[in-house]
Every structure is written in C-alpha cells, then in structure tokens.
Design a protein around this ligand. Structure first.
Ligand SMILES: CSC[C@@H](O)[C@@H](O)C(=O)COP(=O)(O)O
Length: 343
C-alpha cells in the first residue's frame, strides 16, 4: 500500500481525508497544491509529509524552468511555503533542508530539476528501507500472541511505505507471530478508526477499534500487553511529540506496568532541541473538534481547543525503536549516542 507516487512530473497523493470511503488520488502540479494537501491533511504522518514536501520543491523548480525564472529563487519560495504548513513533525524540515542543500549545488536549468527530482526520490526510497529496518528491530520486542495498543496511524499511509509503529506490527506478523491490535480511534481526525483500521483490514491483521477513552480501562483489565506509537519529533533528551493522546497512554501504561514503545526513524530526531518543552505544538482549527465528518455536533456558541500533538517525557518510554537499533533507558544517554553517530 502506498499513499504517494511521483509520475511524469506530478505528485500523486491518496487523499486521506476521503479514506476509507473513497480512494481518490489528488494530482499536484504546483507548490501551492502540495502545501494545501499537507495543511488539509490529505497527506499526513511525519515521514509522508517530508516526502511530499521534497516533491513540492521539485514542482517549484519545474515551474520556474518552464517560466524562465531562476530555480534558486523558486526553491527558496517553495521551501518557505512548505515549511509554513505544519510545525510539529521535524521530518518536514529535515526533507526541505536536504532539498535546499542539493539546490545550492545543482545550478540552473533542466539538469538541476533532474537532480532535485533524484533527491526527492531518494528521500522516498530511503524512508521505506528505514521503516523495514525499524520493523525488524521492533519485532523482537513483540511477544507471540501480543495484544498491542496503538494510536493514530503510523502505517504505510503515514510514510513512504510500510510504516513505523504499524511497520513493527507488520514485521511481527511477517515473522509468524499472531498479534491482535487495539486501535485507538484518535479523535478528532480518526486516523485510527479510518486509516489504521483500513490498513489492518487490507493486511488481514486482527484489529479492534476502541474510543480513545477506553484504553486505560483495557489496561486495567489486563487486556493490553504493550503500547506502540510513532513520533513527530524526538528532542535531544528523548522526549517525544506525537498525536494528542499519546502522553495519556504513556502515563496509563506506566501505571499498569505495561511496556510503552515509540518507533521512529532518525529523521524524526531533532538534536537542536534540548527537551520536549521546545517542540512547537500545532494548534488546528477548533471546527475540527466541534464537527464530526463535517457535521457540527456542538451547540452554537460553544468553543473548542484543538491541540494536535502532545509531548511524552522520556522517563515514560521503555524503548525507542529506530532503524539503527533499539534505544533503552536511560533514554537521554541513548539518544545522545545516536545523535553522535552510534546506536
Ligand atoms: C509514522 S507517523 C508518526 C506520527 O506522524 C503519527 O503518529 C502522527 O501523530 C501523525 O499525526 P497527523 O496529524 O495525522 O499527521
């Protein structure tokens, strides 16, 4: 399963606002179309928005050549527009910075566009390879017949392919383990109920959707063996920003003595931020909370707060699974080692 494709100078995005009811591909030919798709969450998930943004830069360069404008200026404009779409997932900025570095040495003209295109394709290919490695490391932590709780969507739809936390679940299954997945519905965008459930059904993996507020009750019953989630940004001390609700799950898991794992590629690590307090947290339109599937269910005059992410302190994390290996507590030391170039 793939949510992104590059075909003949067009970025194809499987519109995740329509899934699972409709599989509709959006064809993006301009930077603005890619930026809009990221903002509206037609494409979402930290690695996937990084890949989309990389191709957005290529589109900006392509248009510049067609219009006889300088690529260097067009890349600067594209990067500025795409960087302003969503603030939390660092993969977006990581991918844009890769593209900027290539643009600095690529020069002008069609050959420069081709170099940018090759770089964006590399960002996409590498993400799939990295996710498969995360899956192999992570599968070692999944016991036979595990009942796994996950939040949001961290699968093929959130990445170039395969997924991070959901990739670990896929890998465990590929290794012959029977697993059962508790799928948090993940209000208000329903990434769990709509997208993770969709991927699990396609893979034939047993999944059960629960409301977000059910998770702690299942832990108390002894029905959850481990929790695994993805990440949008990991600070230098191992604090993790991820979909709103993750922090509550980590607290509940620790209270019940249940392992809490985070799976993320090294492109999600941000060594420039000392701890999670410095991670910018996206605040989205309150209408997304006041409405369900476009239908308002709150009374006129009611207001809402929509924080899209929260931060889980490293002290609640039992393992951070990366493509380079599994980081164990003390997490700050392990993350420092990783950022210095080891595992
Ligand atoms: C591999 S995806 C990791 C995270 O990006 C994921 O858990 C998440 O929080 C996605 O949020 P979203 O708002 O759907 O982009």
């Amino acid at each position: 399963m793939r949510a992104l494709g590059w075909n003949d100078g067009e970025l194809l995005i499987l519109d995740q606002t329509r899934l699972p009811l409709e599989e509709r591909w959006v064809h993006c030919r301009t930077v603005e179309e890619v930026a809009e798709a990221i903002e509206r969450m037609r494409v979402r998930g930290a690695p996937a928005i990084g890949v989309a943004a990389a191709f957005g830069v290529v589109l900006g360069a392509q248009r510049a050549v067609e219009q006889g404008r300088r690529i260097s200026a067009a890349v600067r404009e594209a990067v500025a527009r795409l960087a302003a779409t969503r603030p939390t997932a660092v993969n977006l900025f990581w991918a844009l910075s890769r593209m900027e570095k290539v643009a600095e040495v690529a020069g002008e003209g069609r050959e420069a566009v081709a170099r940018l295109e090759r770089e964006a394709e590399a960002v996409m290919r590498e993400d799939e390879r990295v996710n498969r490695r995360i899956g192999r490391w992570g599968a070692e932590l999944i016991p036979q017949r595990a009942r796994i709780l996950t939040h949001c969507n961290t699968g093929a739809l959130a990445t170039a392919a395969y997924g991070t936390a959901l990739g670990v679940i896929r890998a465990a299954r590929e290794e012959g383990k029977e697993v059962q997945v508790w799928v948090d519905e993940t209000r208000p965008f329903f990434q769990g109920a709509r997208l993770t459930a969709y991927e699990l059904v396609q893979e034939g993996i047993e999944g059960t959707i629960i409301t977000d507020s059910t998770a702690a009750a299942l832990m108390a019953k002894g029905w959850v063996d481990l929790v695994i989630v993805g990440a949008d940004r990991v600070a230098a001390n191992g604090d993790v920003a991820n979909k709103i609700g993750t922090y509550g799950l980590a607290i509940a898991a620790r209270y019940h003595g249940i392992p809490f794992y985070v799976a993320a590629p090294t492109s999600t690590f941000d060594g420039s931020l000392a701890d999670g307090r410095a991670i910018p947290i996206e605040e989205r339109n309150p209408d997304e909370v006041l409405q369900v599937a476009g239908v308002r269910m709150a009374p006129p005059g009611a207001s809402a707060l929509h924080l899209a992410f929260d931060v889980t302190p490293h002290s609640l994390i039992d393992a951070l699974i990366t493509e380079k290996g599994v980081l164990r507590p003390p997490i700050p030391d392990a993350v420092q080692g990783l950022l210095r170039g080891g595992t």
